[in-house]
Design a protein around this ligand. Structure first.
Ligand code: NAP
Ligand code: MG
Length: 401
């Protein structure tokens, strides 16, 4: 069989530990036998980030901007223990944070659903995608512990010396105080990323804030979304047969629980943090969650939502058998290749991605799966496969489809 040709390279961001091991197996078994892979390779493994003073992460993000599509392996975010383990020069920042800052994007997370791994919420028939705003609010706040009586004020001093002043509270005793901010530019990027992703995936978009209580802060989010929608997206949504729906956050939560799924739920930073963990665990497993960073100017970075699965890696290093789930990493590859096919008008590449994803799902539904899924499946008589044998089983399914 002739291999599928590509025209533009995808940016390949390799990573760490067990996911780095899976990365190689996925390429060898599921990608390279079928595709004449064109990729620009960046080694984001911690050793190389340390050796290049993290320049490799910046270079890879710039390549993502240049070519448009990247696929990323999970990477270690260093902490104190990693400083000694890898003898690091510095506690390098999270690569995901660095890439996000350069691309200025929104992260979309969606569960991969299969028969036999049923969501805990009975009504959910289709995946729910969370779009989390990744800038500001409580994550860039300033806080104070108030020791006793006194007045707290909110003061803004304009560059021209003008002033806005509000009393936050007249304290009669001890308490706490917090200040938060956000930016119109960031909220606008968030809105455009969400609208574009909804069009891309032909799903309705929901957005919710607490604008009835937060009449200036949250209301600005609501207004920016509505203004951009009316000016730039309304007609496109009508043409695509999808809708934009705004409601209060508490109403949204109630509706999500009673919905069938199949939509994108745009969340402010904190809501997205909390709700994405609820959605992923309610759908079954973190190892079945994909993640894509979409920038407002149309760059995409695909990855698995989980980390480097360190505990399994240490077993692997000792020569013990591992049963690590590669599904989200495989879907990161197929997502990136499908997008590349779409942008370059390569239908064969898009068909490959669809077929490979079907092969993964069929393999699991036929009862062959890794241990994490075997523990939660409702299927009977399942075969638990090790990391490598699962990938090989997917290849066999693919070849026999
Ligand atoms: P993790 O790698 O997501 O793993 C946590 C646990 O979840 C694992 O020990 C395993 O449970 C289970 N699990 C996760 N993915 C799995 C898979 N594919 N197959 C089977 N089980 C899976 O999180 P972590 O151990 O907290 O973090 C490890 C490293 O990953 C850290 O250095 C962190 O900085 C990094 N990280 C990177 C990213 C990223 O690059 N996007 C995201 C998160 C974390 P059992 O051990 O019970 O089997
Ligand atoms: Mg969280």
């Amino acid at each position: 069989m002739e291999k599928i040709k590509m025209t533009t390279p995808i940016v390949e961001m390799d990573g760490d530990e067990m996911t780095h091991i899976l990365w190689k197996m996925i390429k060898e078994e599921l990608i390279c036998p079928f595709i004449d892979l064109k990729s620009e390779y960046y080694d984001l493994g911690l050793e190389n980030r340390n050796a290049t003073n993290d320049q490799v992460t910046i270079d890879s993000a710039n390549a993502n901007k240049k070519y448009g599509v990247a696929v990323k392996c999970a990477t270690i975010t260093p902490n104190a223990a990693r400083m000694t383990e890898y003898d690091l020069k510095e506690m390098w920042k999270s690569p995901n944070g660095t890439i996000r800052a350069i691309l200025d994007g929104t992260v979309f997370r969606a569960p991969i659903t299969v028969k036999g791994i049923e969501p805990y919420v009975r009504t959910w028939k289709k995946p729910i995608t969370i779009a989390r705003h990744a800038y500001g609010d409580v994550y860039k706040n300033v806080e104070m512990v108030i020791p006793g009586p006194g007045k707290a004020e909110l003061v803004f001093t304009g560059e021209d010396g003008s002033e806005q002043r509000e009393t936050v509270f007249d304290y009669k005793g001890a308490g706490v105080l917090q200040g938060m901010h956000n930016l119109n530019s960031s909220i606008s990027s968030f809105a455009r990323s969400c609208f574009n992703y909804a069009l891309d995936t032909k799903q309705d978009l929901w957005f919710a804030t607490k604008d009835t209580i937060s009449k200036k802060y949250d209301h600005t989010f609501k207004d920016i979304f509505q203004d951009i929608f009316d000016a730039e997206y309304k007609e496109k949504f009508e043409k695509a047969g999808i809708t934009y729906f705004y409601t209060l956050i508490d109403d949204a939560v109630a509706r999500v629980m009673k919905s069938e799924g199949g939509f994108i739920w745009a969340c402010k930073n904190y809501d997205g943090d909390v709700m994405s963990d609820m959605i992923s665990s309610a759908f079954g497993s973190l190892a079945m969650m994909t993640s894509v960073l979409v920038s407002p100017d149309g760059n995409y970075e695909y990855e698995a939502a989980h980390g480097t699965v360190q505990r399994h890696y240490y077993k692997y290093l000792k020569g013990e058998e591992t049963s690590t789930n590669s599904v989200a990493t495989i879907f990161a590859w197929t997502g990136a290749l499908r997008k590349r096919g779409e942008l370059d008008h390569l239908p064969e590449l898009m068909q490959y991605a669809d077929r490979m994803e079907k092969a993964v799902i069929q393999t699991i539904e036929s009862g062959k799966m890794t241990k994490d899924l075997a523990l939660i499946t409702s299927l009977k008589d399942v075969t638990v496969l090790n990391s490598e044998d699962f990938i090989k089983a997917v290849r066999t399914t693919y070849e026999n489809m």
